[in-house]
Design a protein around this ligand. Sequence first.
Ligand code: NAP
Ligand code: MG
Length: 484
Amino acid sequence: MNNFQTSPWQLDAAPESTDHIKIKDAYGLFINGEFVPSSGGETFDSINPATEQRLTTITESTVDDVDKAVIAASNAYKKVWSKTSPAARGKYLFRIARLIQERSKELAVVETIDGGKPIRESRDVDIPLVAAHFFYYAGWADKLSYAFPNRSIQPLGVAGQVIPWNFPLLMAAWKIAPALACGNTVVLKPAETTSVSAMILAEIIQQSELPPGVVNIVTGHGAVGEAIVNHPGVDKIAFTGSTVVGKEIRTSIAGSKKRCTLELGGKAANIVFADAPIDQAVEGIVNGIYFNQGHVCCAGSRLFVQESIREEVLKKLKHRMGTLRVGDPLDKNTDIGAINSKRQLDRIESWIELGREEGAELYQAGGELPDRGYWCRPSVFTEVAQSSRIAQEEIFGPVLAVQTFRTVAEVIKKANNTPYGLSAGIWTDKGSKIFNMTAQMRAGVVWANSYNQFDPVSPFGGYKESGFGREGGLHGLAAYLDVS
Ligand code: NAP
Ligand code: MG
């Protein structure tokens, strides 16, 4: 799966039609199996970042609404879900997975118009992975004792889950599917700019006849996430988002009995050795940083290229960047869609400005950008110092920082020299080099001669300020169980 490969038959394809997509004019909160208004009566608009047009109205939850959602989840846990057989739990998850597949076209379009990502990515990567996660954890529901042989296992109770805007439905799936498979109930908050697909998931959950209260979805701004985190009825916090907010959460639950997993930021090293297949590596560099506009926690945002091939790699990279199409996310030929929000675009632009001030050299691929919407050209900085902020801090946009190295020891040292430790990529012809290096890299995921490949079977998570705990695979189950 190379996210940037265009198929020949897609070249003349018309933009994806939105005629058949029926987004409601407004979405309430999903509490105890019903769509309900907020007790405060506040709402906000969700917009399409490619057109700046309003898509729908989303409800702002109050602390009282969060309380109602937690009570619903707690009652559902005690009265229904903890008494539902593991096989029946699996059946509900299988049903949800199948309904997601049935509505996959609609979900892909919604994900693209609400969040700005290219339709090719939402259709071929996000939504299939969403269904795959539900299928995968559905399968585990009645096999938990095999996952933890000779141990005693218990669900935790109510899981409070807060997710970001870069993979809205996929992050919801990563959170909800393992929680339910293990017998927990859920209160989830999607990110404020991308709540629509979560509300359609709420419709799907209703359609699946999952008992009321097992999944509750409350929308709104950061304060809603804070209310979930601080609610005494929540037994486990699962958070994906920025390191800053992750640290706040850790502080606020310190001393409580709440369990916690944090999936935070990253600044991954994508390392290309002189013996690598260069053209393939260039595709991997492009996919690593420009996939989903670089709004990827595990993005290969630092390129380390071995000194002897620097010129060749940069020449090929710049040429390839020139072929990337930035624009209408609904166009099947688009490679780079809209930046998710004005706020994020401003942040990225100020990082680009900072990179220049730090003395790095900027190259941006040309081409017209649409008049409306939030856009950023694929960008690369060369002459980047190891100590510079653009080499150390997360930009979360289509901006690559390039550095060079001579030896394996040097690149391992440089790659590990960041506060983060989420992912890395290694491009080389030598398998032994890959094995030797992966053992020394402080990165939760290391891709070898590939990048940004995801599978429900593989655990995902970080070291250091990238967080702790693992999602996905067998490891993802442990995060939702008391194992003794
Ligand atoms: P964020 O500001 O931390 O927001 C994440 C979520 O937390 C949103 O739903 C947000 O609500 C909510 N939130 C904000 N303040 C909160 C608080 N004080 N308490 C509880 N919840 C709060 O991050 P973001 O800008 O949306 O996402 C980008 C970051 O997420 C990047 O740093 C990226 O690396 C990280 N990320 C990590 C992973 C991973 O798996 N490791 C995956 C994806 C993204 P609002 O949306 O309303 O602000
Ligand atoms: Mg939106």
